[in-house]
Design a protein around this ligand. Structure first.
Ligand code: FRU
Length: 511
């Protein structure tokens, strides 16, 4: 059942891609509108044109953050995958780079990760010029069509010029698929201090496999995780594993991220996490039920950076959902990434939980002074920006715009729950799944005057509650920008409120 679903998604996407590809060639765009189109994100990364899904190869090297991504440069639906590439010095604004990896005789280039092989363990560079090494999945569509199950294998490519140009390893694939596992993909590789070797996480249908290597080329499997734990309503995808200190304690715990499609609590795809321990080759946890990194519907396949300069955990996700991601109402490009976020662990009576915070670097994109906001009154510069306020007890916040569209955030302290309804948020007609039901998340620690912080962009809302204790990420397609908030029941005066609006400049503006 699960496999059929996944294959159907890929096959439909391929057929659609082939049909639209011909159309595309016949009608070149008349004038350049890039980055001013309807719904074009101004605070988020999106490709100039065409289809994007997962972030890949998140790695920092020599002052540059690299963002590679699943990319189909011929159409705005999923197709034969490449790795697109962009770079940043602050994880907020991005410079487009040439496509890094193209499909080859082993297949399409699916998701994976990148490391800097500082000690040149692979022998692919030198100690003076260590190679950047990407490990990714090859997906051989012809072999799948012929009825084989071993069509996904793991490949390696390296770059000796900080990610600008790439050479495929000449004895690819480095991991074959001898047990013919249909969904065998998305390698996440990191340097493991415990074993002084490389560790790779791979998903294999309904579980994660952990592999080890001394040189990034020869790999051996060490353990498995998760057959009977967490959510299993769909295929496991895009794993990650990292250590984080638990705030206010001397403990360090390991966090494993596992995306799943379908089977997320709010429908379609989502990312679960497990808090546990890792002895260098095996991950264990007492946790039976999944926790979710985001209470919204649009944060998928997210992973974290390797080699960040200060060791902090920076995360980026694909701001969409396989349930409707190929149907959203954009024309030139499709989909964007979430804001980059820092992950940490907060202590709770139920055990450690992820805290997710937007980056301080975002503040330098403020445009002019913040404006005090009166409830039900439009703010003066409706565009992308940052809306901040507070909630207490049970309260309903409604964001709305001059077109009469709205998104309703219901905070229920008494039920430990936050609910978001986007059914009247603008264009919802492109997919029945998009606004079928309000999205819901647990609110484990409601308190009076809890800070709430919304990053509003042309087609997304990111809500951070408390100090990033809860986060909800959602796409929306309003025809005019959000420009007012109402609060019910009102805490008192409509003008003397804790709300403020900080307009932000576009990350695509040249400075
Ligand atoms: C997740 C995913 C990955 C796969 C890639 C293909 O969204 O399905 O498992 O590698 O997308 O584009």
């Amino acid at each position: 059942m699960i496999r059929v679903f996944r294959t159907a998604v890929l096959t439909c996407a391929l057929l659609a891609a082939a049909a639209c590809q011909n159309k595309k060639e016949a009608t070149p765009p008349e004038e350049p509108t890039a980055y001013h189109e309807a719904y074009r994100p101004q605070l988020h990364f999106s490709p100039e044109a065409h289809w994007m899904n997962d972030p890949n190869g998140l790695v920092y090297h020599q002052g540059v953050y690299h963002l590679f991504y699943q990319y189909y440069p011929e159409d705005i639906v999923w197709g034969p995958m490449h790795w697109g590439h962009a770079t940043s010095t602050d994880l907020v604004s991005w410079t487009h780079q040439p496509v890094a990896l193209f499909p080859d005789e082993h297949g399409y280039i699916f998701s994976g990760s990148a490391v800097v092989d500082t000690q040149n363990t692979s022998g692919l560079g030198t100690l003076e010029n260590p190679p950047m090494v990407a490990l990714y999945t090859y997906h051989k569509a012809e072999r799948e069509k012929e009825g084989f199950n071993d069509f996904q294998t793991q490949g390696l490519a390296y770059s000796l010029d900080n990610g600008q140009t790439w050479t495929k390893y000449d004895r690819n694939p480095v991991i074959k698929n001898p047990n013919s596992i249909r969904d065998f993909r998305d390698p996440k590789v990191f340097w493991n201090d415990l074993t002084q070797a490389w560790t790779m996480l791979l998903v294999a249908g309904d579980h994660v496999q952990i592999w080890g290597s001394k040189n990034l080329i020869d790999w051996a499997q060490q353990s498995t995780f998760g057959h009977e734990l967490g959510a299993h309503g769909g295929v496991w995808e895009c794993p990650d594993l990292f250590a984080l200190p638990v705030e206010g304690t001397d403990q360090v715990r390991w966090v494993m991220l596992v995306s799943i499609n379908p089977g997320a609590p709010n429908g379609g795809s989502g990312t679960q996490y497990f808090v546990g321990d890792f002895d260098g080759t095996k991950f264990t946890t007492d946790q039976k039920d999944p926790l979710w990194i985001d209470g919204g519907t649009d944060n998928y396949a997210g992973v974290t950076y390797n080699h960040t300069p200060d060791g902090s955990r920076q995360f980026i996700g694909w701001m969409s959902n396989w349930a409707y991601g190929q149907e959203t109402p954009t024309k030139e490009w499709r989909s964007s990434m979430t804001l980059a976020r820092t992950l940490s662990l907060r202590a709770t009576p139920q055990g450690p939980r992820l805290r997710t915070k937007p980056l301080p670097a975002l503040a330098s994109y403020s445009q002019g002074a913040a404006e005090a906001v009166a409830v039900d009154q439009p703010w003066t510069q409706p565009s992308q920006g940052h809306l901040q306020g507070q909630v207490s007890g049970d309260q309903v916040l409604t964001l709305s715009n001059a077109s009469g569209q709205s998104v309703v955030f219901t905070f229920e302290a008494t039920k430990n729950r936050i609910t978001v309804d986007r059914s009247a948020s603008g264009d919802v007609s492109f997919s029945e799944a998009f606004a079928a039901a309000p999205m819901q998340m647990d609110w484990d620690n409601p308190a009076d005057n809890t800070p709430v912080s919304f990053y509003l962009d042309a087609s997304s809302i990111e809500l951070f509650v408390g100090d990033g204790d809860q986060v909800m990420t959602l796409q929306v397609f309003p025809t005019t920008p959000w420009d007012r908030i109402s609060v019910a029941p009102s805490p008192g005066s409509t003008t003397d409120t804790p709300w403020s609006w900080q307009p932000m400049r576009s990350i695509w503006e040249k400075h």
